[in-house]
Ligand binder design. Structure first.
Ligand SMILES: Cc1ncc(COP(=O)(O)O)c(C=O)c1O
Length: 298
């Protein structure tokens, strides 16, 4: 669903939000798109379990666990950080995933780096039995195929499409389905991740760019300015944004609109990729640091 913003921007620029966050209450946004063909493939291969990887507040872990519960397969989450083993109850993402039936393996940060090595995967198979493997962040060929379904034929009316970037999978799908006269702009949520190469691996067209100025210091890093922006945006539009991905991207687009980055009469489509489950965990951090918290939509 596309929701035009009833806010006046300079240069007659119009902003519209693609509400992918409303696709499903728990498998929201790009997670739905990325998991769709992977789950169909797992079923086709006769796998009863899906194993994947993520950090303490991972949207992908939460969505995979929810999909397992809804579509009837076991889920195994390999989680970065051994110390989290005692923190499941106090971590909203892990508690949700566990309640959906996900089984965890907590590994040290060093071991987590080995997650694509054959020996690491073989050891996991020895421990958990056979499984269908979905990489960290859910990005693989089938995920890109799912993300190619984010844009619909009606979206040709937009001159620019903006999207938050983590591993680069979502933007790759969008690039592949965008028209050659449309510009796709990615806003990395992390600092210096070498994403250009990853995106080039999957993206079939060259009509895109990354704007690397809005990561707010790196992955999961936020400040008061961003919290205030997210809260004001909710007040003005009734659209909630997450602090790790969509909040930074929306902040970036609106800042660039005011700085004259986009030509007059641009029609910009902002992809809301979900991630709202992360707000609760982030608010705990903000409270600990005595900073203002993110309002939760009622
Ligand atoms: C809410 C949200 N938006 C955007 C992204 C970025 O997606 P990708 O990793 O495909 O670049 C993620 C991460 O997966 C996410 O959770």
């Amino acid at each position: 669903m596309n929701q035009p913003l009833a806010i006046n921007f300079p240069n007659n620029i119009k902003l519209t939000v693609k509400r992918e966050d409303l696709l499903h209450p728990h498998i929201s946004g790009n997670k739905f798109r990325k998991l769709k063909y992977n789950i169909l493939e797992a079923k086709k291969q006769g796998n009863e379990a899906v194993l994947t990887f993520g950090g303490a507040f991972s949207n992908h872990i939460a969505a995979t666990a929810a999909a397992g519960k809804e579509y009837g397969f076991k889920t195994i989450g390999v989680i970065r950080g051994e110390e989290l083993v005692d923190k499941i109850e106090s971590n909203p993402t892990l508690r949700f995933a566990r309640d959906c039936g996900m089984v965890f393996k907590f590994v040290s940060r060093e071991d987590y780096r080995l997650k694509t090595e054959d020996i690491f995967i073989e050891n996991l198979k020895a421990e958990f039995g056979d499984f269908y493997l979905v990489p960290e962040g859910g990005t693989n060929e089938l995920a890109i195929k799912g993300c190619e379904e984010i844009l619909t034929p009606q979206d040709v009316e937009f001159t620019h499409i903006a999207c938050a970037v983590g591993t680069g999978g979502t933007i790759s799908g969008i690039i592949n389905s965008a028209g050659s006269n449309q510009r796709v702009i990615g806003f990395p949520a992390l600092k210096g991740a070498g994403l250009l190469e990853d995106i080039c691996k999957f993206a079939k067209m060259g009509n895109w760019e990354l704007v690397e100025d809005y990561h707010f210091g790196g992955y999961g890093k936020i400040n008061e300015e961003l919290v205030t922006f997210i809260n004001d945006f909710l007040d003005k539009t009734n659209i909630p944004l997450d602090p790790v991905y969509t909040g930074k991207m929306f902040f970036g687009v609106i800042d660039l609109v005011h700085k004259g980055y986009f030509p007059e009469n641009s029609a910009i489509l902002l992809i809301h990729t979900g991630g709202l489950q992360g707000i609760e965990g982030m608010n705990k951090e903000l409270l600990r640091k005595k900073l203002p918290i993110i309002k939760i939509k009622k």
